[in-house]
Design a protein around this ligand. Structure first.
Ligand SMILES: [Zn+2]
Length: 237
């Protein structure tokens, strides 16, 4: 029977690529060292845009040095193998990095935005942005200065692609969360929605998520080990 798989990835899939997670149980995540209310809200950007931009500049530079790991490669392979069988993969990520794209995943839904894009607050122009972002940068569309911001979803803002995500969940047979903390809504609520729609649910994680009891199946271990093994079970070597 053909199957449609819905995968949600979180920071845990990129941790082995050198990108820090936001929250972890040891209290070593990015938000243990930086105050999200001072760096990742629209109010913070209005109050101190230079501090907010500097934080994302640093993260953009880190991303340039990061390399996708075996888990990213395995998910790209899964997408193409399913397509050959007439099956589909919906890949939704909470990550703002581009590591899925770099390994060939074709249509990633970035529900929390993308670090390598900038958006104009005035005219909504959206552009690839690989360099530092400053308050004197000028919008390429409307020509105003100081209006370009990272294309990332801040606390208090609506995640992106929620209609698409809900439709894909309804049409899927299997829901898999990979490296997601289970602590950040609305993504942490997807597993409950998936269960309500009758999907089987599986968690692949380094350590059990906050919502681990909602999953039918659990595979614990490093993403670079567990994800390729799971993909091989599904579509062969
Ligand atoms: Zn503009």
């Amino acid at each position: 029977m053909p199957q449609n798989i819905f995968i949600l990835t979180g920071a845990g899939i990129s941790a082995e690529s050198g990108l820090g997670t936001f929250r972890d149980k040891r209290g070593e995540g990015i938000w243990a060292r930086f105050d999200p209310m001072k760096l990742a809200t629209p109010e913070a950007f209005a109050r101190d845009p230079e501090a907010v931009l500097a934080f994302y500049d640093l993260r953009r530079r880190n991303l340039r040095d990061a390399k996708p790991n075996a888990a990213h490669f395995a998910l790209a392979r899964l997408e193409h193998a399913l397509a050959r069988r007439g099956e589909t993969l919906t890949l939704v990520t909470q990550n703002i990095d581009d590591l899925h794209e770099r390994t060939g995943s074709a249509s990633v839904i970035h529900m929390h935005g993308e670090l390598l894009k900038a958006r104009c607050e005035r005219c909504e122009a959206l552009r690839p942005w690989l360099d530092d972002l400053t308050i004197s940068d000028v919008c390429p569309d409307c020509g105003r200065a100081g209006t370009m911001r990272p294309h990332v979803v801040w606390f208090g803002e609506m995640p992106l692609g929620m209609d698409l995500i809900d439709r894909a969940l309804r049409e899927a047979d299997l829901f898999v969360a990979i490296g997601a903390s289970g602590a950040v809504y609305p993504a942490a609520g997807f597993v409950a929605e998936a269960r309500a729609y009758g999907l089987r649910t599986c968690e692949i994680n380094l350590e059990a998520a906050d919502n681990a009891d909602l999953f039918d199946e659990q595979r614990l271990g490093s993403a670079s080990g567990t994800v390729p093994a799971w993909v091989e079970e599904l579509v062969g070597p």
